[in-house]
Design a protein around this ligand. Structure first.
Ligand code: SAJ
Length: 438
């Protein structure tokens, strides 16, 4: 039996041992899903506190129930360690490490490079390796292939198998999960696609095999670039409607009655999160290296990055109506997380809005039920303890993130003036003389 067939047999009868590199919001759900499916899984993460929690049977990721972790750890199906040496025993390895941007706006592949260097030490015939981290097209072939195979004199597609499969984890979402979200898989060779697909079919409901790692890498970037550009479009629609004196929210609701050929996006104070603002810039960076300018991405990014300043101008105009300069006025920012009902501050436009308000000399405070403290280079703030007192005290309230738990009717009654960047107040806001919307 050749190497590929022997590995396929272990994957199909679930005797293959699995290693997951990186136990964050992608890696831990992945590890528990494959352990639950019957594989023996070891998670590897340099953060010893994560390992300690898992050893105690405790989950630190909202989508992964602690009782599931406890059961899998108890039965020995899931183990966790900081020691990469366990890779010597692994048959199948999933790489789920962060791919952020550097301060310069360039891709930061340091996490991928670090784990690839470690994994390369333990590569042996009969392994399949799948990169899940969002990255530019070509990363799997240009970065991983040389180190994992060529340096170890292993032939890809024969001795070992290498593929890319974009993560599609949306933290907090309950309808689409790691198990039931269709999963795209593309290998360096056809045999790589086949082996990775058969591995994933051992635990995931729908696996979509594509012809190469580049197709899989690019599919992910299309998914999130599509979203970023459409958000940029609707943000520009908001700016244009403002110039035209037309209510953009009514326009969008009217357009959304079209049952085909339209997808609703809504304007906002900017683009937050660790995916949408960042993934498309991996693509535009790669194309720049090929002397091509990804104009849609660059334009949408410019528009989205300009929204916090646009919001602050709206606050300035609102205070002007009250005869108050922005400088010295009390402004309360409602909602700091990058989207409703979560505590994630990454790339949140609230941080830009607060920073700009501070720069202009206004007395800024914020409230967020999920974010108790914000610590940035430029400022450090705590969520105000008494929301309604802060609303009453503010010269202007600006709704940045429309958390579900806010009582918007009470906030409208108590506020002097509101800039509503999310249409959180809906019809109440449209009718109120003390509310201005994007
Ligand atoms: N946003 C708008 N207007 C919109 C939609 C979003 O301003 O119409 C803003 C949000 O306020 C936020 C940012 O864009 O600041 C990103 O929002 P998001 O809804 O795209 O949420 P994310 O960043 O959590 O995106 C994730 C992505 N999932 C993966 O990459 C696996 C994305 O592909 C999903 O489409 C998205 O979740 C989702 O649909 O919830």
């Amino acid at each position: 039996m050749n190497t590929k067939d022997a590995l396929l047999e272990k994957l199909q009868n679930k005797t293959a041992s699995i290693a997951v590199l990186g136990l964050g919001y992608v890696g831990l759900p992945f590890a528990t899903v494959f352990a639950e499916a019957g594989f023996n899984v070891v998670g590897i993460d340099p953060d010893a506190s994560k390992i300690e929690k898992l050893d105690e049977g405790v989950s630190y990721i909202q989508d992964v129930p602690t009782e599931l972790v406890a059961r899998l750890v108890e039965t020995g199906k899931l183990k966790a360690t900081t020691d990469f040496a366990v890779l010597a025993e692994a048959d199948a390895v999933s790489i789920c490490v962060p791919t952020p941007l550097r301060k310069t706006g360039d891709p930061d592949l340091s996490f991928i490079l670090a784990v690839t260097r470690e994994l390369a030490k333990y590569m042996h015939p009969g392994m399949v390796v799948v990169l899940e981290s969002t990255t530019y097209p070509g990363t799997t072939r240009e970065i991983l292939l040389p180190q994992l195979g060529e340096d170890n004199e292993l032939i890809v597609g024969e001795d070992y198998f290498l593929a890319f499969s974009p993560e599609r984890v949306d933290p907090g979402r309950e309808d689409w999960t790691t198990i039931n979200t269709p999963k795209v898989v593309g290998g360096i060779t056809e045999a790589c696609s086949e082996v990775a697909t058969i591995w994933y079919e051992g635990a995931l409901e729908t696996v979509v095999s594509v012809s190469s790692s580049e197709v899989a890498e690019m599919a992910k970037l299309l998914e999130n670039t599509f979203r970023m550009i459409n958000i940029g479009l609707v943000n520009e629609m908001a700016v244009m409607c403002d110039r035209l004196g037309i209510d953009v929210w009514e326009v969008i609701d009217a357009a959304a009655t079209k049952p085909f050929g339209f997808m609703k996006f809504t304007p906002g104070p900017g683009l937050g999160g660790h995916c949408i603002p960042i993934d498309p810039l991996y693509l535009s960076w790669k194309l720049r290296s090929l002397n091509y300018t990804a104009r849609f991405i660059e334009l949408a990014s410019e528009i989205n990055l300009g929204m916090p300043r646009y919001v602050v101008r709206k606050v300035q105009d609102a205070l002007n109506e009250l005869g108050k300069p922005l400088k010295g006025s009390r402004v309360l920012v409602l909602g700091a997380a990058y989207k409703p009902d979560i505590d994630d501050l990454r790339e949140s436009p609230a941080l830009d809005v607060i920073g700009l308000l501070e720069q202009k000399g206004s007395a800024v405070s914020y409230h967020d039920p999920f974010v108790t403290r914000i610590k940035e280079d430029e400022f450090e703030l705590e969520s105000v303890p008494d929301l309604m007192a802060a609303v009453r005290d503010a010269d202007c309230v600006v709704i940045i993130t429309n958390h579900s738990e806010y009582d918007y009717s009470a906030i409208l009654d108590a506020a002097t003036y509101i800039v509503d960047t999310r249409n959180a107040l809906g019809e109440m806001g449209r009718k109120s003389p003390k509310v201005v919307r994007l």
